[in-house]
Write a protein that binds this ligand. Structure first.
Ligand code: TRP
Ligand code: SF4
Length: 324
């Protein structure tokens, strides 16, 4: 029997290179080896975006297209939308009965997101319960492994704590999941900060050739390199971080040339942008094909059908264990 994997991604607009390199590419590899469940976390998106859900539908569709274009194959893995499976929400409610408030208040992402998204009122019940919903997502499939980035580790730990507490109160019901930490370099945005929609510094998978060239040209390089003759410091250069991912074989040569000032930033960017365009070309071609086929809804429906069988079974076990 294959081990089971579950992971989710929030629909916050089109997928960008950071999503692709950090998560989606990893999912594409995992689908060959594991029994994989991947979903669009639209309810999680509402915990912060509840005021303006108008774009949500479009965002879900775009993200699904991106996931498929990047190589997720509905023949190999189960792809679905969180809100299609009401069982997640019901298990979330059951877990809310047993989750102590201090467990939630001390989750690092709770305070950091409130600070980061100052323009939003996040003093809501739903936002505090974000990790409880995530625990329901994971535990309802009895997932063995959850591929996530480092920022999500506290959520996985909390998931295990909720599972332990449930099993302790009501008998062995849930499997304690393990994280599968994705050890990929974090891609900076074009301004050098973390790539994020909220910073407006992303490169989207669906950006046109011209947009991509423009964005790469805007990328921050080593600020100490005013003239080509100045020795470079690749460690602080955004373009260099990208070469590390897309130009691995040449990375030590680039580092040397930059430090010795025998490589200019214009040429360096040009080399990178060509690699990037070549890398994105097949993804963009698949994107166009998927849009033409209009098969998104069918794929999500069929994924929902498969996922629901497991979710309904687990929820039923949990209700029985709790005396319902
Ligand atoms: N919180 C995750 C993120 O922002 C998304 C998510 C929701 C998730 N439910 C999940 C990830 C379950 C893994 C498992 O990236
Ligand atoms: Fe960055 Fe390349 Fe310029 Fe060096 S040469 S500072 S790595 S863009």
């Amino acid at each position: 029997m294959k081990k089971r994997i579950l992971s989710g991604i929030q629909p916050s607009g089109k997928a960008h290179l950071g999503n692709l390199i950090g998560a989606i590419e990893n999912w594409v590899k995992l689908q060959d080896e594991y029994d994989c469940y991947f979903f669009i976390a639209d309810l999680h998106a509402l915990t912060t975006g509840y005021e303006k859900p108008k774009k949500l539908k479009e965002d879900i569709e775009e993200l699904t297209i991106d996931l498929l274009a990047a190589g997720l194959d509905p023949e190999k893995c189960t792809i679905f939308k969180q809100s299609d499976i009401a069982e997640h929400s019901e298990l979330h409610l059951l877990f809310s009965m047993i989750t102590p408030l201090p467990w939630l208040e001390r989750v690092p992402t709770y305070k950091s997101k409130i600070n980061e998204l100052k323009e939003k009122d996040l003093s809501t019940y739903g936002f505090l319960g974000y990790p409880v919903l995530q625990a329901a997502d994971i535990l309802i499939y009895k997932a063995d492994f959850v591929p996530v980035g480092e920022d999500q580790l506290p959520h996985i730990e909390l998931t295990r704590e909720i599972a332990r507490r449930f099993n302790y109160f009501y008998g062995e019901t849930f499997v304690l999941p393990k994280d599968l930490l994705t050890s990929v370099p974090v891609l900076p945005g074009i301004d050098g900060r973390k790539m994020s929609k909220s910073y407006g510094n992303t490169i989207a998978l669906s950006d046109s050739k011209d947009e991509i060239i423009k964005k790469v040209n805007q990328m921050i390089t080593d600020p100490a390199r005013v003239k080509k003759e100045d020795n470079g410091h690749p460690d602080v250069c955004t373009v260099f971080s990208y070469h590390k991912v897309f130009n691995k074989e040449k990375i030590s040569a680039i580092e040397k040339e930059c430090k010795a000032a025998s490589r200019g930033c214009v040429a360096c960017k040009k080399e990178f942008v060509e690699l990037l365009l070549a890398y994105l070309a097949p993804i963009q071609a698949r994107r166009a094909e998927i849009i033409k086929q209009k098969s998104i809804i069918k794929i999500l429906d069929s994924g929902c059908g498969k996922a629901r069988v497991i979710a309904a079974k687990t929820l039923n076990e949990a209700k029985l264990a709790m005396g319902l």
